[in-house]
Every structure is written in structure tokens, then in C-alpha cells.
Design a protein around this ligand. Sequence first.
Ligand code: HEM
Length: 161
Amino acid sequence: NMEENKGNCFTEEQEALVVKSWNAIKNNSGDLSLKFFKKILEIAPPAKQLFSFLKDSNVPLEQNPKLKPHAMSVFIMTCESAVQLRKAGKVTVRESNLKKLGATHFKTGVKEEHFEVTKQALLETIKEAVPEMWSAAMENAWGEAHDQLANAIKAEMKKEH
Ligand code: HEM
């Protein structure tokens, strides 16, 4: 459908696909966080060294309580970015928060390529959590919301150089 997504236009239907699937899985944040991090480390084992709470830790992932904040930030901020994209046509993370995000990711050595890793981990985790709801349209909606958010963070990281 050529009408569906022109330029920056994020449709109500796309927002609904993101919000609906997030509502179906959000109560299971412990499990989602664990799966998300397992996938990140499967795709890119060296990424372990980026996270302060993983690099020198002997605690198994299953028992590491610190996975949850980062994992949930990625899920929740992506979902929020879907809402912002539909309402405003762009990601509208507060300037101060975006600045902090850019600084944190730059300082910890995160590279542009890492965003593709977390994107894949995010999409696969959701797909496995809602197999009955999953569709190409749902994947595109989450993917678009993610990419616009990631682009905003990456732009802020560039300012840190
Ligand atoms: C920290 C969000 C992508 C690695 C953080 C923090 C947030 C966050 C909210 C807490 C610190 C702060 O507020 O400044 C996100 C979002 C992402 C994303 C929304 C994508 C849409 C990534 C990627 C990587 C990464 C791709 C690397 C694989 C880290 C690391 C920290 C961090 C290493 C510091 C955590 C620590 O060691 O304590 N991120 N992040 N993030 N993020 Fe991300």
C-alpha cells in the first residue's frame, strides 16, 4: 500500500501496532529483559564489555538485576517514540535527556553498528513474545520507531566528538 508510509508520516495504525503489542508483553519485563540481553550477546559477544554491570561480573545473566533498567529503557522509549512520531512526525525526547543519552553512549564506547544489534534483539524478542500478533506491518512499525529514536541518539553522540 503506497499510501501507508510517506516520508516521516507514522500512521495511527502503526502506533496502534506498537502500543498493542507492548501492552500485551510489558508485565513480563523480567523475562523480556533477559531475552533481549541474551540476544544482544549472541549477535555481538564483545558488547558485553560495554556494560559496566556485565563486564567484570560473574553473576549469571538470569540473576543480574541490572539488566532490566537498560532493556526497559529501550523498549519503553521505542514505544514512546512511536506515539511521538504519530503525534508530531518526529521523535521528541526532552533535549536534556537526549543530551545525556548521547553523552552516556559516547563515553561508554557504543558505536553506530551497535544500534543494529539492539534493534535486531528488540524485534526478535517482541516477535517471540507475541507470535500470534506478529506481522510484517508490526515489525515495520517497531523498526521505524526504533530507527528514528536511534538516529536522534546517534546525532547527539556525534556532537560529543
Ligand atoms: C545507558 C537507552 C541503545 C549501551 C543507557 C541509559 C539509557 C539508555 C536510558 C541510561 C543512562 C542515560 O540515561 O544516559 C538506550 C536506548 C537505546 C540504547 C533508548 C536505543 C534506542 C544502546 C546500544 C548500546 C547501549 C545500541 C550498545 C550495545 C549502553 C551502555 C550504557 C547505556 C553501555 C551504560 C550502562 C552502564 O554500563 O551502566 N541507555 N540505549 N545502548 N546504554 Fe543504552
